[in-house]
Design a protein. Structure first.
Length: 169
Protein backbone atom coordinates (compact mmCIF):
# COMPACT_ATOMS: atom_id res chain seq x y z
CA UNK A 1 0.00 0.00 0.00
CA UNK A 2 2.76 2.44 0.92
CA UNK A 3 4.73 1.74 -2.27
CA UNK A 4 1.59 2.24 -4.36
CA UNK A 5 0.90 5.56 -2.65
CA UNK A 6 4.52 6.57 -3.13
CA UNK A 7 4.31 5.65 -6.81
CA UNK A 8 1.20 7.82 -7.22
CA UNK A 9 2.91 10.74 -5.51
CA UNK A 10 6.02 10.37 -7.67
CA UNK A 11 3.89 10.08 -10.82
CA UNK A 12 1.87 13.17 -9.91
CA UNK A 13 4.97 15.21 -9.10
CA UNK A 14 6.63 14.10 -12.32
CA UNK A 15 3.51 15.18 -14.23
CA UNK A 16 3.55 18.57 -12.49
CA UNK A 17 7.22 19.09 -13.35
CA UNK A 18 6.77 18.04 -16.97
CA UNK A 19 3.70 20.21 -17.47
CA UNK A 20 5.29 23.24 -15.86
CA UNK A 21 8.36 22.81 -18.06
CA UNK A 22 6.19 22.50 -21.16
CA UNK A 23 3.59 25.13 -20.35
CA UNK A 24 5.61 28.03 -18.99
CA UNK A 25 3.87 31.34 -18.57
CA UNK A 26 2.83 33.61 -21.42
CA UNK A 27 5.13 36.51 -22.16
CA UNK A 28 2.23 38.62 -23.37
CA UNK A 29 -1.50 38.27 -23.74
CA UNK A 30 -1.18 35.36 -26.16
CA UNK A 31 1.29 33.30 -28.12
CA UNK A 32 1.01 30.44 -30.59
CA UNK A 33 2.68 27.10 -29.83
CA UNK A 34 2.21 24.03 -32.00
CA UNK A 35 -0.73 25.72 -33.71
CA UNK A 36 -2.62 26.34 -30.47
CA UNK A 37 -3.00 29.80 -28.98
CA UNK A 38 -1.64 30.22 -25.46
CA UNK A 39 -2.55 32.93 -22.98
CA UNK A 40 -5.41 33.77 -20.64
CA UNK A 41 -9.01 32.93 -21.50
CA UNK A 42 -10.70 36.33 -21.23
CA UNK A 43 -14.16 34.75 -20.95
CA UNK A 44 -13.36 32.43 -18.02
CA UNK A 45 -13.83 33.60 -14.45
CA UNK A 46 -14.60 32.14 -11.02
CA UNK A 47 -17.89 30.52 -12.09
CA UNK A 48 -16.32 28.60 -14.98
CA UNK A 49 -13.31 27.55 -12.91
CA UNK A 50 -15.34 26.37 -9.90
CA UNK A 51 -17.61 24.39 -12.26
CA UNK A 52 -14.58 22.70 -13.88
CA UNK A 53 -13.03 21.90 -10.48
CA UNK A 54 -16.34 20.79 -8.95
CA UNK A 55 -15.64 23.11 -6.02
CA UNK A 56 -18.44 25.18 -4.52
CA UNK A 57 -17.31 28.62 -3.44
CA UNK A 58 -18.68 29.07 0.11
CA UNK A 59 -21.45 31.61 0.67
CA UNK A 60 -19.31 33.57 3.12
CA UNK A 61 -16.48 33.87 0.57
CA UNK A 62 -15.10 37.23 -0.43
CA UNK A 63 -12.44 38.35 -2.86
CA UNK A 64 -13.29 35.52 -5.25
CA UNK A 65 -11.07 35.39 -8.34
CA UNK A 66 -10.66 32.84 -11.10
CA UNK A 67 -8.91 32.43 -14.43
CA UNK A 68 -7.92 29.85 -17.01
CA UNK A 69 -4.45 29.83 -18.54
CA UNK A 70 -4.56 28.29 -22.03
CA UNK A 71 -1.54 26.09 -22.73
CA UNK A 72 -0.56 23.81 -25.62
CA UNK A 73 -1.00 20.64 -23.57
CA UNK A 74 -3.22 21.31 -20.55
CA UNK A 75 -5.07 24.38 -19.44
CA UNK A 76 -4.45 25.53 -15.88
CA UNK A 77 -7.53 26.54 -13.85
CA UNK A 78 -7.02 28.95 -10.94
CA UNK A 79 -9.51 29.81 -8.21
CA UNK A 80 -9.01 31.83 -5.04
CA UNK A 81 -11.20 33.31 -2.33
CA UNK A 82 -11.28 34.21 1.36
CA UNK A 83 -13.42 32.11 3.67
CA UNK A 84 -13.57 30.60 7.15
CA UNK A 85 -10.99 28.09 8.34
CA UNK A 86 -13.68 25.39 8.56
CA UNK A 87 -14.78 25.93 4.95
CA UNK A 88 -11.16 25.76 3.77
CA UNK A 89 -10.65 22.49 5.68
CA UNK A 90 -13.87 21.04 4.20
CA UNK A 91 -12.79 21.92 0.66
CA UNK A 92 -9.40 20.31 1.24
CA UNK A 93 -11.06 17.11 2.54
CA UNK A 94 -13.38 17.02 -0.47
CA UNK A 95 -10.38 16.79 -2.80
CA UNK A 96 -9.80 13.26 -1.38
CA UNK A 97 -6.06 13.61 -0.96
CA UNK A 98 -4.44 10.68 0.81
CA UNK A 99 -2.51 13.17 2.92
CA UNK A 100 -4.21 15.84 5.03
CA UNK A 101 -3.77 19.57 4.55
CA UNK A 102 -0.32 20.25 6.01
CA UNK A 103 2.47 22.80 6.11
CA UNK A 104 4.86 22.68 3.20
CA UNK A 105 8.32 21.74 4.41
CA UNK A 106 10.00 22.99 1.25
CA UNK A 107 8.85 26.06 -0.64
CA UNK A 108 9.13 25.15 -4.30
CA UNK A 109 9.59 27.82 -6.93
CA UNK A 110 6.27 28.92 -8.43
CA UNK A 111 5.20 27.40 -11.75
CA UNK A 112 5.42 30.67 -13.62
CA UNK A 113 3.39 33.66 -12.61
CA UNK A 114 -0.10 32.27 -12.43
CA UNK A 115 -1.80 33.68 -9.35
CA UNK A 116 -0.11 37.03 -9.92
CA UNK A 117 -2.41 37.27 -12.98
CA UNK A 118 -5.22 37.51 -10.40
CA UNK A 119 -3.34 40.15 -8.38
CA UNK A 120 -2.32 37.61 -5.72
CA UNK A 121 0.98 36.29 -4.42
CA UNK A 122 2.07 32.89 -5.66
CA UNK A 123 0.98 30.57 -2.81
CA UNK A 124 4.19 28.53 -2.97
CA UNK A 125 6.10 31.63 -1.82
CA UNK A 126 4.00 32.33 1.28
CA UNK A 127 5.28 31.46 4.75
CA UNK A 128 3.12 29.10 6.78
CA UNK A 129 0.87 28.13 3.89
CA UNK A 130 -0.70 24.66 4.16
CA UNK A 131 -1.05 22.44 1.12
CA UNK A 132 -2.68 19.28 -0.19
CA UNK A 133 -2.70 17.85 -3.68
CA UNK A 134 -4.23 14.88 -5.42
CA UNK A 135 -4.44 13.10 -8.75
CA UNK A 136 -8.25 12.70 -9.11
CA UNK A 137 -8.09 9.68 -11.46
CA UNK A 138 -5.70 7.97 -9.00
CA UNK A 139 -8.26 8.21 -6.17
CA UNK A 140 -11.17 7.41 -8.53
CA UNK A 141 -12.84 10.81 -8.07
CA UNK A 142 -15.26 10.61 -11.00
CA UNK A 143 -16.36 14.23 -10.48
CA UNK A 144 -12.88 15.37 -11.41
CA UNK A 145 -11.87 12.69 -13.91
CA UNK A 146 -11.02 15.33 -16.55
CA UNK A 147 -8.20 16.64 -14.34
CA UNK A 148 -4.74 15.22 -13.94
CA UNK A 149 -4.00 17.14 -10.74
CA UNK A 150 -5.69 19.50 -8.31
CA UNK A 151 -4.08 21.21 -5.36
CA UNK A 152 -5.10 23.55 -2.60
CA UNK A 153 -3.07 26.07 -0.64
CA UNK A 154 -4.54 27.64 2.50
CA UNK A 155 -3.09 30.86 3.90
CA UNK A 156 -4.16 32.03 7.36
CA UNK A 157 -5.03 35.73 7.20
CA UNK A 158 -6.53 36.55 10.59
CA UNK A 159 -8.77 34.99 13.23
CA UNK A 160 -10.84 32.36 11.38
CA UNK A 161 -10.23 33.86 7.92
CA UNK A 162 -8.13 32.14 5.30
CA UNK A 163 -7.35 32.62 1.64
CA UNK A 164 -7.83 29.48 -0.41
CA UNK A 165 -5.82 28.99 -3.61
CA UNK A 166 -6.86 26.15 -5.91
CA UNK A 167 -5.03 25.09 -9.04
CA UNK A 168 -6.05 22.29 -11.40
CA UNK A 169 -5.01 20.92 -14.78
Amino acid sequence: MTSTRGAHVVAALTTVLLLSACSGSPTGDQRVTDGRTSGWDKKAGPAEVSAFMHVTVPRDASGTKGAVQINPQDNVHLLSFETSEKNAEDIAKDLRSQDPLKARKVNFAPDGKRFSHLGLSEPQTLKGVRWAGVCPPCVKDDRRKKMQWIEIYVETLQADRTRVYLQAF
